[in-house]
Design a protein around this ligand. Sequence first.
Ligand code: HEC
Ligand code: HEC
Length: 208
Amino acid sequence: MKTKHFKHILLVCASLLGISLAGVASAADVNKLVAVCANCHGKAGASTESEVPIIGGYSVDFLVNNLKAYKNQDRACPETEFRSGSKKGQKTNMCNMVKDMGDSEMKLVAQYFSKQKFVKAKQKFDPELARKGKEIHDMSCEKCHSEGGSVAKDDAGMMAGQWMPYLRQALDEFSTGKRPIAKKMKLKLDDLNKEDFEALVNYYGSIK
Ligand code: HEC
Ligand code: HEC
């Protein structure tokens, strides 16, 4: 009687474990996913492609939010292509990249990138515009994007040393409503014109 009872408990435990493990991505799955990301975002998220954002060192929350935004197509998915790997040259977009990812995979992938270093891009900028951009940033953006947009735990992305072509695209998407945005940030952007945007982009690009 005792053994039978014990066996039953074991079975129940196993099935409970089975259920809870089914939804959890394994370390091997995460390595596979991250290897796909590297085809465009570079090694450890340190993109060397000016249209592909650097994502190493971003916060977990920011990454998960944005992966979900792509999955729900709340955020625009401009066409891009594989920069390396076996699919090199093949067209795709970020929504395709995440469409089969579950919440736990997103979290694990985000944790992986959050532990990497944000390696600032080396790029040319206009020093005059950068000075003007810093003034605009300090007045309108620093409150949420502290230290020039270099603090991951602000959960607001990373602009200091981010690729300038990507930042231009991001500002354009925010101001034209193609990407979700905090209302207070939208109000700030609405006060600025194209030249101000260019000044901001040069400022972020100037941060070494
Ligand atoms: C085929 C190239 C390609 C692959 C592969 C790829 N990405 Fe991207 N990713 C991009 C491009 C280009 C952008 C910027 C344009 C956009 O918004 O779609 C981007 C944007 C992002 C952003 C938004 C960053 C920000 O600053 O807002 C995140 C997060 C991201 N990718 C994560 C990933 C993850 C995680 C993977 C792997 C599962 C991955 N990407 C695979 C090309 C790619
Ligand atoms: C009220 C707070 C707030 C203010 C003010 C604000 N932002 Fe943001 N910003 C955010 C948040 C939150 C995000 C993250 C949105 C997301 O998850 O996609 C963000 C994201 C961004 C991004 C995308 C970063 C990335 O890595 O993809 C850029 C670029 C940006 N903001 C520029 C600006 C600029 C320029 C200003 C000033 C003119 C500004 N923001 C003012 C809150 C703010």
